[in-house]
Design a binder for this molecule. Structure first.
Ligand code: NAD
Length: 417
């Protein structure tokens, strides 16, 4: 990452930027900048060789005014308390922007999962789930996958919770495998909302996304799906990257061929028909659209000055620092924010939870249709707020819409002595 900006401070700055356009007193706004509760743990888990290892872990419950806390669990060596707090706050405003009835939460374990066996990861996950059990639940706090976690980890969390509670409660986590109560369409949902956001943005600001050139930083779940769906819409994906480096092909990459290469070799580097690039080459490429889909702080102020992309649609959470945002706003480069563009993940998580509560599964077509409606409605709401309030950029417009909804729910709750 190109900067050490603290993501929690970035979140607070984004809220401050929107606050200038909101009618709310400072005390109420300050409340929206801090988590309600953060659980900090040390998990002590037995390894395959019989030794014990300790792992710091966190769960932040940022705000529950609009419904149960909701948000993923990340396994990464770089997880910190402040990162988890920031990610939980972004979830609050993401859920509010797309108007799903949740608050925001997030969790993480400080771990590089590549260094552990499946059996060790299962014991680590079950240990975390057992510690979380008193504070999670279908109506309380609902974890989901994030970086380096997926269906397998969610199935373990569900099983641990249900066993300890002596019940069935599939809606206690989302992002499960379909055979364990997961929703069709969930795995591709974040990438799909990135494509939908880009499609709507190009329709509004240009003549559509067909023929637009695209660079994608981070070829994981969100990045790969966004790239392949944009390619299906007629865009040309000319560069992609992962933590091992970047590849490009000015004539347009075959996103499926690059994915197969990554599946076989573990990285995009050396994919057939591509030329090597650095991640910085990719981030500063002269393309119509840049999709940062890796981690926070991928672009800071100085890098934003070097960027030549015509538009940014954020697949990752927090990929631009506030300084980068300022530079791009000054340069007139539109940025469509994470809390809209990757909200497909939590939206289909919500659909999964609804299906779990009803014990009734939807078809993939229904999931994708409902997702498209939610994302395009949210996009239109963001544009309307941007125009009506003459706001400086689309991120601030997104926060104005989202914070208003959280404030309404808080005020309507009334006084509690
Ligand atoms: P992932 O682990 O599947 O993919 C991340 C990718 O980024 C990997 O290919 C990794 O190699 C790459 N990467 C890491 N560091 C990099 C660097 N410095 N330069 C280039 N590439 C780098 O994770 P994901 O689920 O795709 O999540 C990516 C981002 O999207 C995260 O910010 C996550 O919070 C966000 N997100 C994901 C979902 C979802 O449902 N998957 C939903 C909402 C938000």
């Amino acid at each position: 990452m190109s900067t050490d900006a603290n993501p929690f401070e970035s979140l607070q700055e984004q809220i401050d930027d929107a606050a200038a356009f909101l009618d709310a007193d400072d005390g109420v706004l300050e409340r929206l900048k801090h988590p309600e509760r953060v659980l900090e743990l040390t998990l002590t888990v037995e390894m395959d060789d019989g030794s014990l290892e300790r792992f710091p872990a966190f769960r932040s419950q940022f705000n529950g005014d609009r419904g149960p806390y909701k948000g993923g669990i990340r396994y990464h060596p770089g997880v910190t308390r402040d990162e988890v707090k920031a990610l939980s706050g972004w979830m609050v405003y993401k859920c509010a922007l797309v108007d799903v009835p949740y608050g925001g939460g997030k969790g993480g374990i400080v771990i590089d999962p590549a260094e552990y066996s499946a059996a060790e990861l299962e014991r680590i996950t079950r240990s975390f789930a057992a510690e979380l059990r008193p504070i999670i639940g279908e109506d309380l706090d609902i974890p989901a996958p994030d970086v380096n976690t997926g269906q397998r980890e969610m199935n373990w969390i569900k099983d641990t919770y249900e066993t300890l509670e002596n019940t069935t409660a599939p809606g206690v986590v989302t992002g499960k495998a379909p055979s364990s109560g997961g929703s069709l369409g969930r795995v591709r949902a974040a990438g799909r909302s990135v494509m939908l956001t880009a499609r709507e943005a190009f329709d509004r600001l240009h003549d559509g996304v067909e023929g637009a050139t695209v660079a994608v930083q981070g070829y994981g779940n969100a990045g790969y799906v966004a790239a392949s769906l944009l390619e299906a819409e007629g865009a040309e994906v000319v560069a992609v990257s992962d933590s091992s480096g970047a590849v490009h092909d000015t004539g347009g990459l075959d996103t499926e061929a690059v994915k197969s290469h990554k599946r076989e070799t573990g990285s995009v580097a050396g994919a057939p028909g591509t030329e090597p690039w650095t991640n910085e080459d990719l981030l500063t490429a002269d393309v119509d659209l840049l999709v940062p889909a890796a981690l926070e702080n991928a672009v800071d102020g100085p890098l934003a000055r070097e960027m030549e992309a015509g538009m940014v649609v954020e697949a990752a959470n927090g990929p631009l620092t506030p300084a980068a945002d300022d530079v791009l706003a000054e340069r007139g480069v539109p940025v469509f924010p994470d809390i809209l563009a990757n909200a497909g993940g939590v939206t289909v998580s919500y659909f999964e939870w609804v299906q779990n509560r009803q014990r009734f599964s939807w078809t993939r077509e229904r999931v994708n249709e409902e997702l498209e409606r939610v994302i395009t409605d949210a996009f239109d709401g963001l544009i309307a707020a941007h125009e009506a309030n003459d706001l400086p950029n689309f991120r601030t417009a997104a926060y104005v819409v989202a914070i208003r909804r959280v404030l309404d729910a808080y005020r309507e709750g009334g006084e509690w002595p």
